[in-house]
Ligand binder design. Structure first.
Ligand code: GLU
Length: 630
């Protein structure tokens, strides 16, 4: 009650009279007692330890890092960093039969890509090494021998065949206990001297721990937990001399000074076994937090088939590491602990600052927030992206994509035509009129790709192939035939322009569009001609060569404004009142077959005068073949 005496007078009086009411208001008490102002089920443990936590990520190299395991690694990392402690990486490679050849290097690579660096681990060492369980066998044997000598473990000489038969029997007779508590304790009755003799004779055996019952464990997320049935005498050292997961995990967590274990809820059922081992050795167990399993929207546990894909597939799609971490951290944890208004978009430092141990209990449905989170981090990232950054991060994959699409087009005569110019006479950034061999190594191609990336980077979500395809009209030069086909196919909204009736034209005129006659509005041909005339004759050649041309901008804007408010005629001839930006739409149709892309004028500058006029001429041909009014 110490802090209460610091309350201002009137509030203090009310507090004595109506304590519950006052506490509910959650005043920002000065020096408030610890239990006040926190949610009911909160305890000290779910905040943060006050001393540095040593945490670990302990993957088995039996597969690659995926979303679920990345999240586990991240929580452990954040806990260590938030308390000024250490984050360890330990490789749990005791199941030799399930090792995946390149899993170990891939784990390191993926964790490093994500930015989760470890303070101690197999590759960096540390005071408690080795951090690879297969290199610590002598330690496990020594501890198992200690348990043998103290009578807390025994050798089991049952053969795999006998154990299979026992499992089968258990399944048929007590299916409810199958899988977990199924050893009948037969070898527990072998005397110590007989056991020593049989072992000395070379008879194969495993070592089993003498279970002590049904221990209750305490978990930060799940509270008190115990298994319904008594634990059986589980194996701690297998017949191949390797320890089991349970044994090695406990021995190592203790030996490495691990204070907190955050891991997936699938390990909760194993924790009572771990607790018995800690007790047998008289060691203090670490604090456990079992975080809910990730599941899909149908509530099924994530698997390879249902979306728990390995980290490299996010990386290949251009997801930023920090976006993936930000997405992962929110799967069962929230920075504001339920309070509104705390930003969920965080870099790693912000996550460290906001970290606490209040996790959501139960399975976690994975959210669809990744694109949103990616876009937020992408804007931060692009705002600070330098040219060398672009060159190292994106240019190689951009070139690879262009070259792949190019070779596909060559093979299938598809819609993409190589056209990045290589000749030196024309300004950089324009396209050849003839199909030229693609020279992606040239400085001009490099400059061109940089220019168009810069131009459209607002639309970049990290996926280079998608970005390149979006901008295919800026990268390839469609041959005239192909252009004719694509423009004709995307023509429909403009074909109806020639159906405009006289009233609309009158309205347009009375609104000041003096230069437009009914014919000029009515026929797409006339619109094409207008654009062509202005672009060809009224804009000086030099204006095209500069990277930002006010002259071009002025003319284009003027032209577009003149048909700015042209209403859209419907199929039945009725005119919809909403004005449309016809000028820009029309221009986009002529130059890019109506495809969305970056801003018009800079795109035109990038294409260059010749290519712009060539495309407009093709559009003119198409327009001339349309049926005319009256
Ligand atoms: N090796 C276990 C795994 O693959 C570690 C579980 C734990 O963190 O205790 O997930």
């Amino acid at each position: 009650m110490r802090g209460l005496f610091q309350l201002p007078g009137p509030l203090r009086r009310e507090l004595w009279a109506h304590p519950a009411k006052v506490f509910k208001r959650q005043y920002a008490f000065k020096g408030r007692p610890e239990h006040i102002g926190k949610p009911k089920d909160d305890t000290k443990d779910t905040l943060l330890p006050t001393t540095p936590a040593r945490t670990r990520f302990a993957p088995s190299p039996t597969g690659y890092l995926h979303l679920g395991s990345l999240r586990t690694a991240l929580y452990n990392y954040l806990l260590a960093k938030a308390t000024g402690g250490q984050f360890l990486l330990r490789l749990e490679d005791t199941d030799q039969s399930r090792l995946v050849r390149d899993a170990e290097p891939r784990l390191y690579e993926d964790l490093k890509w994500a930015g989760l660096n470890w303070d101690e681990g197999p590759d960096v060492g540390g005071a408690f090494g080795s951090y690879k369980q297969s290199e610590r066998l002598h330690i496990y044997h020594q501890h198992a021998n200690d348990l043998l000598s103290s009578g807390q473990a025994y050798r089991c000489f049952c053969t795999p065949g006998e154990l299979d038969a026992l499992r089968q029997y258990n399944m048929e007779n007590s299916p409810e206990s199958s899988g977990h508590g199924n050893y009948n304790g037969k070898c527990n009755h072998v005397s110590a001297s007989e056991s020593d003799r049989r072992a000395a004779n070379g008879e194969p055996y495993c070592i089993r721990f003498k279970s002590t019952g049904k221990p209750e464990v305490r978990d930060l997320v799940y509270g008190r937990y115990s298994r319904p049935e008594k634990e059986d005498d589980f194996i701690i050292i297998k017949r191949d001399g390797f320890p089991t997961y349970h044994f090695a995990n406990v021995v190592d967590d203790h030996a490495m000074g691990v204070t907190h274990v955050v891991r997936g809820a699938e390990w909760l059922v194993s924790t009572p076994r771990h607790a018995m081992l800690y007790d047998a050795f008289k060691w203090t167990a670490p604090t456990f937090a079992h975080v809910g399993l990730l599941c899909n929207s149908a509530g099924q546990k994530l698997s390879k088939r249902s979306g728990d894909i390995d980290i490299s597939s996010y990386r290949n799609k251009g997801i930023l590491p920090i976006a993936l971490l930000n997405y992962a951290v929110l799967l069962g944890w929230s920075p504001g602990r339920g309070e509104k208004g705390t930003s969920e978009i965080m870099d790693l430092e912000e996550m460290v600052k906001k970290f606490h141990l209040r996790f959501t209990k139960g399975n976690i449905k994975i959210s669809n927030k990744l694109p949103f989170i990616q876009s937020k981090h992408m804007s931060r990232h692009l705002a600070s992206l330098t040219e060398p950054g672009f060159e190292s991060l994106y240019l190689p994959s951009m070139k690879e994509t262009v070259s792949n699409l190019n070779s596909k087009r060559d093979a299938s005569s598809g819609p993409l035509v190589p056209g990045l110019r290589t000749s030196s006479e024309k300004p950089a950034g324009t396209l050849e009129t003839e199909v030229a061999p693609l020279d992606l190594a040239s400085p001009k191609a490099h400059a061109y790709l940089l220019a168009f990336f810069t131009l459209d980077k607002k639309a970049f979500d990290g996926d280079i192939p998608k970005f390149v395809v979006r901008n295919e009209y800026l990268i390839w030069q469609p041959e005239s035939d192909l252009l004719t086909t694509t423009l004709s196919a995307s023509l429909s909204p403009f074909a109806s322009l020639h159906l405009l009736n006289g009233d609309v034209v009158k309205d347009m005129k009375s609104e000041g569009s003096k230069t437009l006659s009914s014919e000029t509005i009515a026929a797409p041909t006339a619109l094409v001609d207008m654009f062509e005339a202005v672009l060809e004759r009224e804009i000086p050649e030099e204006a095209w060569a500069s990277s930002s041309s006010f002259a071009l901008e002025d003319k284009i804007n003027g032209l577009c404004q003149r048909i700015f408010a042209l209403p859209l005629p419907g199929a039945d001839g009725a005119v919809t009142p909403a004005p449309k930006l016809w000028g820009y739409h029309f221009l986009r149709w002529m130059l890019f077959a109506g495809k969305p892309g970056p801003a018009m004028v800079p795109s035109m500058l990038l294409l260059g005068r010749d290519e712009v006029l060539r495309r407009i001429k093709v559009a003119g041909e198409i327009a001339r073949q349309l049926p005319t009014t009256q």
